[in-house]
Write a protein that binds this ligand. Structure first.
Ligand code: NAD
Length: 352
């Protein structure tokens, strides 16, 4: 056994109806002036939250864009500085949380996050910004939310296709966390638990999106997924998805869903202990095939063609993936990534 365990914890408040507790949590953080970030379809929840926080809300930002364009982040940070806020409260998916992180990176303000998808960003010190078709990510403990409030009731309105793709995004954090550079015995145990929770919950969510028990189980898995990716780190899978998202603006969660089985298959022979855990958690012999079948069953993308990848860009994408070193259990080169992306584009997993 050989590992480094280095964890900064967030306060996590989990349960149906916990959204009501946000004003108390704001007080616990000693904050008086809140800047609320929430866009798109989370608006109704954000309106209710703003009403509950009352005069403590000094400004609201509702323009939220996937992969956080740098110009948007700069404008949001300037607006935050002008507002005099002493706390960022963000409600929504990874895009809203990502914008709050970009603002925190510049303003050093603490974050209270209320996630409504399974992306997991709320549990990580990882920020991401996109400029000129390149996505840059980095780690900074300032952007790790001080408090995270998970309320499964907020996720019942998440459409089934987004739920499915987002759930596969969480599974990607967990599966890659099993062999990522900073994996440890603790991350391995929690990754396995998270995979089990999501593999159980996602088909139930697909069948009955308003099933609060299934939603609770899925959000629990997503919490573990966020913690695992933030703690254990990332490998080839996340590198590929960051390149495809940044360069071609492919949908974040759907891209994870389409790529995950193919990277899992690629790494299978080089990470046997990780694969044994993944297989056990998925209740299957072959984790790559089980992930592909799960995605298909719940209606998540199973090919890059489905998420709008242009096959003519595959050689360029392969070059971009290996442009900087990738830490991965199986060595990576341009030809191998090209082949992997072609298989993922077609959505055809080789029989093992
Ligand atoms: N830094 C990290 O650690 C990290 C981890 C994961 C994802 N991310 C980032 O997060 C972004 C993707 O996040 P995402 O997949 O959650 O997508 P997203 O935040 O864009 O949300 C997807 C869609 O779901 C809608 N939605 C969200 N909550 C809803 C709800 N409760 N009801 C109805 N609709 C709802 C949104 O309005 C949006 O249309 C990417 O930019 C990605 O890079 C970052």
């Amino acid at each position: 056994m050989d590992f480094v365990y280095d964890v900064r914890a967030s306060r996590v408040v989990f349960g149906t109806g916990r959204i009501q507790q946000v004003p108390d949590e704001v007080e616990l953080l000693g904050a008086e002036q809140v800047l609320l970030i929430a866009g798109g379809r989370a608006k109704t929840y954000a309106d209710e939250l703003a009403a509950a926080l009352g005069s403590r809300v000094v400004d609201r930002i509702s323009e939220v864009v996937m992969h956080v364009p740098t110009a948007l982040a700069t404008a949001a940070a300037e607006r935050t500085e002008q507002s005099g806020a002493d706390l960022l409260v963000c409600l929504g998916g990874g895009s809203a949380i990502g914008l709050a992180k970009a603002v925190a990176l510049r303003t050093r303000l603490p974050i209270l996050a209320i996630p409504t998808t399974y992306a997991g960003s709320e549990m990580t010190p990882i920020w991401g910004l996109t400029d000129g078709g390149r996505k840059t990510t980095g780690r900074d403990r300032t952007v790790l939310p001080a408090t995270v409030v998970y309320d499964p009731a907020l996720t019942t309105s998440l459409p089934t296709d987004i739920s499915a793709a987002s759930g596969m995004n969480a599974l990607a954090h967990l599966v890659e966390g099993l062999y990522a550079p900073d994996a440890s015995p603790v991350t391995a145990v929690l990754a396995e638990e998270g995979i089990r929770a999501l593999a159980d919950a996602l088909p139930r969510v697909a069948r009955a999106p308003a099933d609060l028990d299934a939603r609770t189980c899925a959000l629990y898995g997503a919490w573990l997924a966020g913690w695992v990716v933030g703690t254990a780190g990332m490998g080839l899978h996340h590198k590929i998805c960051h390149v495809l998202g940044g360069a071609y603006n492919l949908p974040h969660a759907g891209t994870h869903s389409a790529v995950l089985p193919f990277v899992t298959a690629y790494n299978a022979s080089a990470a046997p202990a990780a694969m044994a855990r993944a297989a056990r958690a998925l209740g299957a012999q072959d984790p790559a095939r089980a992930l592909w079948e799960l995605a298909e069953r719940i209606g998540a993308p199973t090919s890059l063609a489905q998420v709008g990848m242009d096959p003519g860009r595959i050689p360029e994408a392969a070059r971009l993936v290996v442009e900087t070193p990738v830490t991965n259990p199986r060595p990576v080169d341009e030809a191998a990534v090209d082949k992997l992306l072609r298989a993922a584009y077609a959505g055809i997993l080789a029989r093992t």
